[in-house]
Design a protein around this ligand. Structure first.
Ligand code: SF4
Length: 71
């Protein structure tokens, strides 16, 4: 039986702590870097699905320019 050897790319920094790392390569994805390039790796065990909340609430604070007069 021919052993299919898939060349796996090294894990990336953000993989650190993931439970899918085996011998410094990812056992799920061939290219971890590509996974992270698209956002959070969907198979990462060490990160919870991050909600990228962009709170674009423009808090308008009334700009009150009060010049204090000295003297
Ligand atoms: S599953 Fe994702 S986070 Fe975990 S080692 Fe593989 S690529 Fe990295």
């Amino acid at each position: 039986m021919a052993q299919s050897e898939i060349e796996r790319m090294p894990i990336v920094e953000r993989c650190a702590g993931c439970g899918n790392i085996e011998d410094n390569v990812c056992r799920i994805w061939i290219s971890p870097a590509a996974k992270w390039r698209l956002g959070t790796c969907p198979s990462a065990t060490h990160v919870s699905v991050e909600k990228v909340e962009t709170t674009e609430q423009k808090v308008r604070v009334g700009q009150q320019k009060q010049k204090k007069k000295r003297g």
